[in-house]
Design a protein around this ligand. Structure first.
Ligand code: BGC
Length: 550
């Protein structure tokens, strides 16, 4: 039996007092790149002298040509064929002192770090792309689409009632029943269902039938089978919205690729699947992005929340924009001053705007992904790729004889098997201790690591995660500066942000440096934005004062 198809994976109930934890499975597992193609990476052997010369010549890539030159100086490990035996024969480097190896690791990693000037340049470029997304004439060609969400009202705390929510967008799919009550109280029950790989890349009909089946099972289990409840659908992919309950899928991301859905109205596909079953009845009141849910969820308690950010399997942000700026928002008779914009910033750089900071490792990730050339910014940041980025660096250093005396392992050489949660675990070790690091290396089949190796592995993780935090910070600072309000709270969710021990601090530090003087901000961890946020968007849409103002 296909247990994943029929079986509920995990059931969680929480209320506003947080009686049960947010339903993340084993740290990052919701984000693990099950869908990164698992082909064995072939290692690249560097000759000792080539490697030494290459490490010496790797300097910070400040423009596309120097980046390319750096990439040429060190042939990409995963692109040239080699075997473990070849790699271990590199006794020249394997015999180098710990201090020399540390220096080589440090030098190779410099390409992963962003200078202040580069981060500032990124802010300019992101702003430019956001403006292109917002403006009617440049929107069709813009990478950062800045889709209008049709959400114009933030919650005011008066939202009440029972709502269903669907949350599709990571490795798992969730169905939730949320009861919004007086005094910012709520109760929530949810169940996680797996989306098997064959459904993630199967047909759209299969996907929506699976969703409808899970919804029906959930309603039966939660005694609401016979009720007709309002439903908010968190659909965390780029959606060209045509209204609060209509949206055409622009493109799939994060390992999903179901045929027949691009350019289709996703709400209609859901309704059709429910109608095919004919057993349950629902009212789809809103379709929204997880960033919108995150923002709404935080805004319910904190009225300064004007930005929603996700750093999880994927990455994206939404923000409150003035309607005059949102040229594609032309609802007749609209008198409200603001609208939420879903930036879809994951696609920033798809036109080459990030080439001046991309590395050989980023190119490798991209060319082995199921969507090459797309989601360039996301691939440098999010949980679906972070572990794999680290793995690529480790493979290169190992095959060069700099790490583990040149001895690799099958797991290390296999795509997708260095999980992003390892990065958080390794960086959570107390300075100078390597307990988690050694456990991770053991899982990778690397049992002979020295303390020097462990310190180097940790440094590599730090460079990859710090770069991700700085890229996200450039995006957030750009939005804060554009909004130009004296105080902004950023609602944040996603497992990288949640579980990485330093991500929050790295972001606070960088954003502080980048925003205009006089503006202050804070980062607020969102409590289940995709679930409660969906209920809130649905609830706000049917709030009495809003219905009356229409
Ligand atoms: C999607 C966004 C989503 C983000 C975070 C990206 O891949 O395109 O819509 O908000 O992931 O889940």
């Amino acid at each position: 039996m296909d247990q994943e198809l029929n079986g509920a994976m995990r059931s969680v109930s929480i209320n506003s007092n947080g009686l049960a934890a947010t339903p993340h499975l084993n740290g990052h597992s919701k984000d693990e790149p099950d869908n990164v193609r698992r082909t064995a990476a072939s290692g690249g052997a560097l000759s000792a002298s080539a490697s030494a010369a290459a490490s010496a010549s790797v300097s910070k890539a400040t423009n596309a040509s120097t980046a390319a030159a750096a990439a040429r100086a060190i042939p990409a490990a995963a692109s040239s064929a080699s075997t473990a035996t070849e790699a271990t024969s590199l006794s020249g480097l394997a015999g180098a002192s710990e201090a020399e190896k540390k220096k080589m690791v440090y030098e190779l990693c410099q390409q992963l770090l962003l200078t202040d000037e580069q981060v500032q340049e990124l802010c300019y470029r992101i702003l430019h792309e956001i403006r292109r997304g917002l403006a009617k004439d440049t929107h069709p060609k813009a990478n950062v689409k800045c889709f209008v969400t049709y959400v114009q009202d933030l919650p005011n705390g008066n939202e009440r009632g029972k709502f269903l929510a669907l949350d599709l967008g990571g490795t798992n799919f969730r169905v939730l029943l949320i009861h919004l009550q007086e005094n910012n109280d709520f109760q929530m029950e949810s169940r996680i269902y797996a989306i098997p790989q064959h459904i993630m890349t199967g047909s759209g009909t299969q996907l929506f039938d699976h969703i409808a089946e899970c919804l029906s099972n959930f309603m039966a289990e939660h005694n609401v089978y016979a009720e007709r409840l309002p439903l908010g659908f968190t659909f965390s992919f780029p959606l060209r919205q045509l209204g609060l309950t209509r949206g055409l899928l622009e493109t799939w991301t994060k390992g999903f690729n179901c045929a027949g859905v691009v350019n289709e109205d996703v709400v209609q596909l859901l309704k059709d699947a429910i109608a095919r079953r004919g057993d349950v009845q629902i009212d789809v009141c809103a379709i929204l992005n997880d960033t919108t849910g995150t923002l709404m969820s935080c805004a319910w308690k904190n009225h300064n929340c004007k930005i929603g950010l996700i750093v999880g399997t994927g990455s994206n942000a939404c923000y409150v924009e003035r309607v005059e700026e949102a040229e594609l928002f032309d609802v007749e008779g609209n008198r409200k001053p603001h609208v939420l914009i879903n930036t879809e910033w994951g696609a920033f750089g798809d036109n080459g705007a990030l080439d001046f900071v991309r590395t050989e490792f980023d190119q490798d990730i991209d060319s082995h992904s199921i969507n090459p050339g797309k989601q360039t910014f996301e691939k440098m940041i999010s949980g679906m790729y972070m572990g794999e980025l680290v793995r690529l660096v480790l493979v290169k250093m190992t095959h060069a004889g700099i790490l583990f005396k040149g001895q690799d392992s099958e797991v290390l050489n296999t795509r997708g098997l260095f999980f992003t949660k390892y990065v958080s675990e390794i960086e959570a070790d107390e300075p100078g201790t390597f307990t988690n690091c050694r456990l991770v290396l053991e899982e990778l089949g690397l049992t002979n690591a020295t303390d020097g190796d462990c310190a180097n592995v940790r440094y590599i993780c730090e460079c990859v995660s710090k770069r991700a935090a700085h890229l996200v910070s450039a995006g957030i600072a750009t939005l804060i500066n554009k909004m130009d309000e004296p105080f902004v709270t950023v609602g944040v969710d996603g497992s990288v942000y949640r579980f990485h021990p330093k991500f929050h601090n790295l972001m606070v530090e960088k954003i502080t440096k980048l925003i205009k003087p006089g503006i202050t901000f804070d980062l607020m961890l969102s409590e289940d934005g995709s679930g409660r946020g969906a209920a809130l968007v649905a609830a706000v849409a049917c709030r009495e004062d809003i219905l009356n103002s229409k």
